[in-house]
Design a protein around this ligand. Structure first.
Ligand code: FES
Length: 220
């Protein structure tokens, strides 16, 4: 690894705290697996494609899958991103997880959580957890696209946004993004969104969502 590579793999947050990456993260960042080389997407015959953007940072992720129609196992999982090193490493690992040992079934792949990816990576800095969510969401979108293109409409899972603060039109997805950006308490979320300030009756639901997403992404 060159001196420059060694230097750039460490980051710092606003407080000056260093972000430390595991050797597995570094390996997947410097040698990404299953990356679709730019320009090859035109000719790649995928069974499903998912494209998502991250509201937390504006980055984008695209995943293509090939599926064995009989066994419903994922045979190939290719991807491209404009995301950061953590997004590259976590999506690279995700693509390995769903294709190793003969491929994962769609049912199992839909149950993968960002924590499962982080466990295999040996962890990620807390401020970078939202980056692993990007690949996870793109995979779900690609599986939904496969269901759509094969006429299995009843299997499509839609995650519609629900408004929790009527005055500010703030949704559960906004709360999810705030938690992914590091908000842990109602006060943290309100600093970002002002949610519930003018609608105190919404606070119990907001607190419940904060607990739900904290458990989902951080296991706390
Ligand atoms: S900061 Fe955007 S994907 Fe990591």
């Amino acid at each position: 690894m060159s001196k420059i590579q060694k230097q750039t793999i460490h980051g710092r947050d606003g407080s000056g705290t260093a972000w430390l990456y595991s050797d597995i993260v570094k390996e997947h960042f410097f040698n990404p697996k299953n990356l679709l080389i730019n320009g090859q997407e035109e000719n790649y015959q995928a069974d499903g494609m998912g494209r998502v953007g991250s509201p937390a940072c504006g980055d984008e992720m695209v995943i293509w899958i090939k599926v064995d129609k009989k066994t419903e196992k994922i045979k190939e999982c290719k991807w491209q991103t404009f995301g950061c090193g953590s997004a590259i490493a976590s999506t690279s690992m995700l693509s390995v997880m769903v294709t190793e040992k003969g491929g994962m079934t769609l049912e199992k792949a839909l149950k993968i959580k960002p924590q499962d990816i982080m466990k295999r990576l040996g962890g990620l800095p807390v401020r970078k957890i939202h980056c692993s969510v990007l690949g996870d969401k793109a995979l779900r979108a690609a599986i939904n696209d496969y269901f759509r293109s094969t006429g299995q409409h009843s299997r499509i899972i839609t995650e519609g946004a629900k408004i929790v603060d009527e005055k500010l039109k703030i949704t559960d997805h906004d709360i999810e993004e705030a938690v992914l950006e590091g908000a842990k308490t109602l006060v943290d979320v309100q600093k970002r969104l002002k949610v519930g300030v003018a609608t105190p009756e919404a606070i119990p639901e907001i607190e419940q969502l904060i607990r739900f997403y904290s458990e989902k992404y951080y296991g706390t």
